[in-house]
Design a protein around this ligand. Structure first.
Ligand SMILES: Cc1cc2nc3c(=O)[nH]c(=O)nc-3n(C[C@H](O)[C@H](O)[C@H](O)COP(=O)(O)OP(=O)(O)OC[C@H]3O[C@@H](n4cnc5c(N)ncnc54)[C@H](O)[C@@H]3O)c2cc1C
Length: 406
């Protein structure tokens, strides 16, 4: 096989023996599969060890990638993972049409322009549907920019690994969410690459394309014109429509009974919200409204950030408020699938926004809420795997709350 990594023992590595499979032919994680794309490449040969939902291995991954696993006695690391540095930032000027200010896209462009990498693994959109992801190995800045903005659906990013052998790509920047990065890290040593840089996005509550439609239909006044949306730090979902208008809906006004089944089972059993295996993470959850939140996990992450730091307006991370009572109330309300009338939801949203958690404390609010919900979901739906699948850092967080009976 041209371009593939020769086995140190002279025999073929498992992926060299494996032939790429027809799409959809095997997904061993079954209902928990996040469609990360690994199984749509010849690296399916490693799926039993590599799949985030078959083999939870945070400690091993963090130790291999960052030189140590997260310090569970350090509150910031317990929540946000191994970290050298955390900051908030805005790209100045922002990139038009990016999800936030476009730090991720600019980083991809600079990584190519500086010669650090030969290609960037990123996600463009289908020409027929703005929300259908099309993973690519981008070789030009224009191709990276064409991937800006979230496709808020499960994306088979790792299927493009199939294109690596024979491509001439030896240095790669991979942009991806936690489940994709966990599988990528597990097969990293077998990839035909000299250098792999990983730029991670935090991620929760992803959906299939059909699930996204249910969400849009139940949440927006005009689902067919939504071009962009984000759950923001002001406890509202901000929808942007194709005519340029904006719409906001309070989190507390969502149709919980309808939406409980919308999230992908993989996301309901995920504890990698902050993308523990990436070199650098760029999200928004630990920043104040309108800013992005950046975590540098290791020296590679620092090298990536350096590519764009001069173009960023930066500030230290901040934290305000106390999330704990709100998280506990949210656990009970979600479990009972409470749906508030819109006027009350707006009122609760205003109060929480005025006095609620901010900055890193908002990040911890969101992590606590999702980890408790997911631990409960897993214990109810897959009790046989809960103990081995919930990592120790998540278990420590979940233990801080009172969960409803199974
Ligand atoms: C499904 C999803 C859920 C997210 N949830 C959160 C969250 O809860 N909290 C938080 O802080 N941040 C979250 N993020 C990250 C955040 O929304 C922004 O993507 C991030 O801050 C980068 O913004 P930007 O303007 O720099 O990105 P842009 O410059 O617009 O670039 C966006 C990048 O996202 C990549 N991408 C798009 N869709 C996908 C996908 N489905 N899978 C993998 N990669 C994709 C593209 O390749 C592109 O490079 C989420 C991202 C995704 C994709």
């Amino acid at each position: 096989m041209p371009g593939s990594t020769p086995s140190p023992h002279g025999s073929l590595l498992p992926h060299e023996k494996a032939r790429p499979l027809a799409k959809g032919s095997t997904y061993p994680a079954k209902d928990l599969c996040s469609q990360c794309g690994l199984c749509d490449s010849r690296w399916v040969a490693y799926v039993r060890q590599a799949c985030a939902f078959l083999n939870q291995q945070f400690e091993t991954m963090e130790t291999r990638v960052h030189g140590r696993s997260r310090d569970l006695n350090n509150e910031d690391e317990l929540y946000f993972g191994v970290s050298q540095r955390m900051l908030t930032a805005r790209l100045e000027p922002p990139i038009e049409g990016a999800q936030w200010t476009g730090i991720v896209s600019r980083l991809g462009v600079r990584a190519l322009e500086s010669g650090l990498v030969d290609a960037v693994l990123c996600v463009q959109q289908s020409e027929h549907d703005r929300f259908t992801p099309v993973p690519v190995l981008a070789r030009t800045p224009e191709q990276v920019l064409a991937a800006r903005v979230n496709k808020p659906t499960l994306s088979p990013n790792l299927e493009v690994l199939e294109q690596l052998p024979g491509s001439g790509i030896r240095n790669l920047l991979a942009i991806g969410v936690g489940c994709q990065v966990q599988a990528l890290r597990a097969v990293e040593a077998t990839l035909p690459l000299d250098n792999l840089y990983v730029l991670g996005l935090p991620c929760v509550d992803n959906v299939s394309r059909a699930g996204l439609q249910t969400f849009l239909d139940s949440s927006s006044r005009s689902p067919e014109t939504v071009v962009h949306y984000e759950f923001m730090q002001d406890f509202r979902i901000h929808f942007r429509h194709s005519d340029g208008s904006n719409e906001t809906v309070p989190f507390f006004g969502l149709d919980t009974p309808k939406l409980k089944d919308v999230f992908a089972p993989s996301c309901l059993s995920c504890f990698d919200y902050t993308n523990g295996g990436a070199d650098l993470v760029v999200g928004y959850m630990g920043a104040s409204f309108g800013r992005q939140w950046i975590t540098v996990r290791n020296d590679r992450g620092a090298a990536l950030l350096q590519l764009v730091e001069a173009e960023l307006e930066t500030a230290p991370v901040q934290s305000r408020g106390n999330r704990k009572a709100a998280v506990q109330q949210g656990i009970d309300a979600y479990d009972k699938a409470v749906k508030l009338p819109l006027w009350l939801a707006r009122l609760v949203g205003c109060v929480v926004n005025a006095i609620g958690p901010r900055g890193l404390e908002y990040g911890r609010f969101s992590i606590d809420s999702h980890f408790t919900r997911n631990a409960l979901w897993l214990r109810r739906h897959h009790p046989e795997m809960a103990d081995r699948h919930i990592p120790s850092f998540a278990q420590k967080i979940v233990n801080r709350y009172r969960l409803p009976a199974l």
